[in-house]
Design a protein around this ligand. Structure first.
Ligand SMILES: [Zn+2]
Length: 161
């Protein structure tokens, strides 16, 4: 009898741990990218890039009706892609899987597509917070206009029966 593959739940558990590193008091998201050989390509969480001083981010102010923090933050999905590229995994991304605690926003989905990632698995227990560019209708539209052969699957994780 084949043993159930628990690794996706392990990877999503790792995403939840990564999310805890975020200093965003409102939304904490974590992402990991795992190559087809099981190697970790990149990790990320939502927050400012390392060059930005966390303590100087305007976490609770608003500008043009959007939180000011948005000007200084990178989403977890994008951070994991950049981490993968920094580590030399660009060629591994088309066969890799991105795991993320929440369904990617349209902004990140564009970057996921551009990076060549073809499969995303997210934790369905984490509700996306829809503000501005974090629009699931835009994400669905973007996925619907991909060229044949360039499809990206975005699936909720399901516990093995
Ligand atoms: Zn995003």
């Amino acid at each position: 009898m084949r043993q159930p593959d628990h690794k996706p739940s392990v990877y999503l558990g790792l995403c939840r741990q990564m999310a805890r590193l975020s200093r965003d008091g409102n939304t904490q998201v974590g992402a990991v990218i795992i190559g087809s050989d099981g190697r970790m390509c990149g990790i990320g969480y939502n927050g400012p890039p390392p060059q930005v001083d966390d303590a100087k981010v305007l976490w609770n102010e608003r500008h043009d009706d959007l939180p000011s923090k948005y000007t200084a933050l990178i989403h977890a999905d994008e951070a994991a892609i950049l981490d993968s590229l920094r580590k030399g995994h660009a060629r591994d991304l088309p066969t890799a899987t991105m795991y993320v605690t929440g369904k990617p926003c349209s902004h990140c989905m564009l970057r996921i597509i551009n990076a060549g990632i073809r499969r995303v698995v997210y934790d369905p227990g984490v509700k996306p917070r829809c503000v501005g560019l974090i629009d699931q209708k835009k994400t669905a539209h973007l996925l619907s206009i991909l060229k044949p052969g360039c499809e990206v699957t975005v699936e909720p994780y399901e516990e093995p029966a």
